[in-house]
Design a protein around this ligand. Sequence first.
Ligand SMILES: [Zn+2]
Length: 781
Amino acid sequence: MKQLITGIMILVSLAFIWSCKPNRTFSESEIALIPQVQKMTLGESSFKFKKSTKLVVESVDQEVIARQFAGLFEKSSGWKLQVVVGGNEGSNQVYFKTEPVMAPEGYILEVQKDRIEIKAAKPAGFFYATQTLRQLLPVEIESAQKQNNIDWLVPVVSINDNPAFKWRGFMLDVVRHFFPKEDILRMIDNLALHKINTLHLHLVDDQGWRIEIKKYPKLTEVGAWRVNHEDKPWNSRPKQQAGEKATFGGFYTQDDIKKIVAYAQSHFITVVPEIEMPAHVTCALAAYPQFSCKGGPFTVPSGGLWPITDIYCAGNDSTFLFLQDVLSEVIDLFPSKYIHVGGDEATKTEWEKCPKCKARIRTEGLKNVGELQSYFMKRMEKFVNSKGRTLLGWDEILEGGLPAEATVMSWRGMQGGIDAAKQGHDVVMTPNSYVYFDYYQGPKDQEPLAIGGYLPLSTVYTFNPVPKELNAEEAKHIIGGQANLWTEYVPTFKHVEYMTFPRIAALAEAVWSSGEVRNWESFSHRIQLFMKRYDLMGINYSKSAYAVMAKPGFDPVKKQLAVALKSELAGLEIHYTTDGSEPTNLSTTYSEPVLLDKTSTLKAVTFSDGIPVGKSMTQSFNMNKATVKPVKYVIPYSENYPGSGEYTLVNGVRGSTSHSDGEWQAWEGKNMEVVIDLQQATEIHTISVGSLQNIGAWIFLPRKMEYFVSNDGVNFKKVAEKVNEADPLSGENQLKDFTVEFTPVSANFVKVIAYNLGKASKGHMGAGQNAWMFIDEIAVE
Ligand SMILES: [Zn+2]
């Protein structure tokens, strides 16, 4: 008996010790909060969520937020955490406490061993605190399936957080491709995790009208549909022919919009509608041609349309009445303070011809069609203001004079925003130089077709919405920043996610976290942990930042081509091969630039903990007698196209048909004249020069090539020339090598002159203006 009692006592005390076992302590490297919080102190031990953990709140507003948070637990743990309105503080509780003197979106989150306290002034602050708490929990909290054997621990931590900017936005173009309501709701879920608070919906553009307007049903009956030419490139889709049915598109009913707006509100996201004017409205003119200058008929274009000349008539009062009716319905649906009216890219050639527009210019005492657009915008602003809202437009609305109270969205870089802020207007920064998510985010040959550009994660991360040109007073007008996703080349919602994530995480940090806590190394580490959350959330995010990038250079000691390898994300291992085989974790580990002395194919992959994480990079290096020899530029290349620097023409790497891939050097209106120093007497018989033609980008092939050799670098002898007889305007995007063979000679120097077309030919859209010439490589054998 005594033995039994002793046994029971041992068991009881074991159980006691077990239940009092201190929860484990977390290290900072295990915590991946995005956007980074402004102030965090990590303590010892952790709080453990249990089935019995209670959420204690003060009000119904808070209750809604607490229930949303409890909903995550219900999915992933199967527990229904109790939410109690009112009640005493106690252990095993998460309690919400109003702290009136805090910023509207700020919060304090105190995690202790036995309780969690959240303080905020407003519901938004409580909501963001729960998003942070969510990110402190194991990633399995994101799972839609019940997870077993998870310790739902949250590190003991004290966080005081508050966003740097009040506008933290994401724009989705639902016109170029339409995404149904369910996709938008899913996007709202995923934006909320990143504490994004504005969803700007681009609802109108040439290729479709996406919102039901009861007074003008044809806007969606006609304007929401186009002929399905999805199998053709965006910019070469034919016009709708007589008899062809427009079946591709879609729109949101007013009921859909109400649901989207309400769902966004419950995630503390404001939906800002954009109704374009006076241009980008071919869909509206197809439905109601009477609001154009010419009167139509028009069809909804299936793809690219440029320039945009068919726009709303600014001389016709009924146009304004129509737009006021449209905006009235829009304003009733969207509680947003800001109503976006576009205003971009209007080509005003029809206004110049239209008698009504000309009359308007006269009667209003305007100078030109530029001022007529300003008149248009000011008139619409009066209406928007009469409804208690603020007009927002793209930076083109600066031209001809800004409406009095307008807020500007600066997209053509930062300059429009700088000008507007200096004039005392509020600005949202959305520069295409940092936050255009339709641009490529990785090496082009590894990415789905995109519109162009190159904005990898690390570039988005460097976005600072406040340009240094502004003084402190002017800087106050920068109310925030936003990423824009145009969808010409983004046909599916999976693709939308691919373009958005993880770049939105970098944007979120740029607009939430202030300068001191922002750090690429840290973000680089956190985003990799965060991607595990994306995995469980089923987000189709891009892994492009894991790609390896190769930068060929010159090793001055070994006098060899030296290729530096780098992955965008920090803290990864790179393994590579030079024999064309696929790298494994047993292949050479990269530590310093790879020396190459013969023609090679370099392949490289990033690894994390021995597992390959990026796509395989392949780069061929063609070694010849000119490789990494000094190049002297008699005529300098354009500063805009330096290629990869001084060895670009002799680094053994060929350019692609993309002229901005970093392998091309360019001359604007000028010839190329370069001298390659072979550094010793060398027998040569072949010289090859690589060039590019892309007529749409004003890039023309050289007209003539001259090749010289020299032994002293002073006196040159011409050994060959090649004349290009082809019509400069014929042919598509193409690469062309100008290769000559000659009787072998001994040379210390080689000179090449490539003759530029000079001016773009007659019949070209840039006729008479400087022609560009692009050269990627000079090979000598
Ligand atoms: Zn007109």
